[in-house]
Design a protein around this ligand. Structure first.
Ligand code: BMA
Length: 312
């Protein structure tokens, strides 16, 4: 039975989930949190797969329509075991986010180790060979997204370092994608709201006429644990440390059983979106850390919902 879904701007695809554990052609515990790209009309989804050992790695799924995906027979990226990255990935690699910059795809992901979470950067042309470029944060930081173009001559990123127990979204800049600085806080959790407990960047920023659209995730803590939803914020095109307006209400909330029940219940968690030529946004997200889903919304509706929020 379907429940009332009209409260969210994003509409789920009728055949969600699009990828589940039985679609993975090798042994695994779960699949979730994929990042999409569209190359020559073909959709690729770089997926987080959690192995039965308990750590995560990446697999690739392909589709001609953005809805019906087939997962390739072998994983495409494993935690590093033999160079400088190895000791920072010994508990896995998680939550990839792809951005096309200057003719190549850059993947930022979470490197998990005995020391905690760090952000790592890799580059790929074909989503089969990944050149690790650098670890780009100290521990205690994740949820990184790269802007798709330089701003004021510098690469830019959003991320989520934890300070004083609070995770805010920050912006930093770089000349070479390896060394980052000029860090400033952009938005923080909001007391009394659906994003009062924790927030983090989710989708690489999308350039719109209204500003940079960031689709982020926010959580509210409840007696039975956090609820993960997605929301939006518009940032100034020339100076994205400046917030133009932040949504009042989430754009997608867990409602369906595949978002409510799973390894971690009450989670919708996006790692990327495709903006089609007609303005439709396809948001790819993990449901309950147990499956991969897609939901769509016209970009205009997402912007209208965001602009109805409070201006900074
Ligand atoms: C976040 C990340 C995501 C995960 C989410 C819900 O902190 O670890 O990979 O989907 O929690 O468990």
């Amino acid at each position: 039975m379907s429940i009332a879904l009209e409260s969210d701007v994003f509409r789920r695809w009728k055949n969600n989930p699009i990828i589940e554990i039985q679609d993975i052609p090798f042994h695994a515990n779960s699949v979730f949190n994929g990042t999409p790209v569209k190359i020559d009309g073909e959709y690729l989804l770089l997926l987080r797969v959690e192995g039965q050992q308990g750590y995560s790695f990446f697999a690739l799924a392909r589709s001609s329509d953005g809805y019906n995906f087939k997962v390739e027979p072998e994983p495409v990226m494993h935690p590093n075991r033999d160079n400088d990255f190895a000791k920072y990935e010994n508990h896995g690699i998680e939550d990839p986010r792809a951005t096309f910059i200057d003719g190549a795809y850059y993947i930022v992901y979470t490197a998990v180790s005995d020391f905690g979470h760090r952000i790592a950067l890799a580059k790929t042309d074909d989503f089969h060979h990944f050149e690790r470029i650098s670890l780009i944060s100290a521990p205690g930081n994740k949820d990184c997204v790269l802007f798709p173009e330089k701003i004021g001559g510098l690469y830019a990123r959003l991320d989520r370092p934890i300070g004083k127990g609070v995770g805010s979204i920050w912006i930093s800049y770089s000349k070479n994608l390896k060394s980052w600085g000029r860090s400033q806080v952009v938005i923080s959790p909001r007391e009394g709201y659906w994003d009062s407990f924790r927030i983090g960047a989710s989708v690489p920023p999308i350039r719109t006429e209204e500003g940079w659209l960031e689709i982020y995730h926010g959580t509210e803590m409840t007696p039975s644990g956090p609820i993960y939803r997605t929301g939006t914020v518009l940032l100034d095109l020339e100076d994205p440390s400046k917030v133009i307006v932040r949504c009042e209400v989430p754009t997608l909330s867990p409602r369906e059983h595949y978002e409510r029940i799973g390894d971690v219940g009450n989670v919708v968690f996006a790692c990327g979106a495709i903006v089609e030529n007609d303005g439709e946004v396809k948001l790819y997200y993990g449901g309950a850390d147990t499956c991969v889903c897609v939901a769509t919304a016209p970009l205009k509706d997402i912007l209208d919902t965001t602009l109805a929020g409070k201006s900074a």
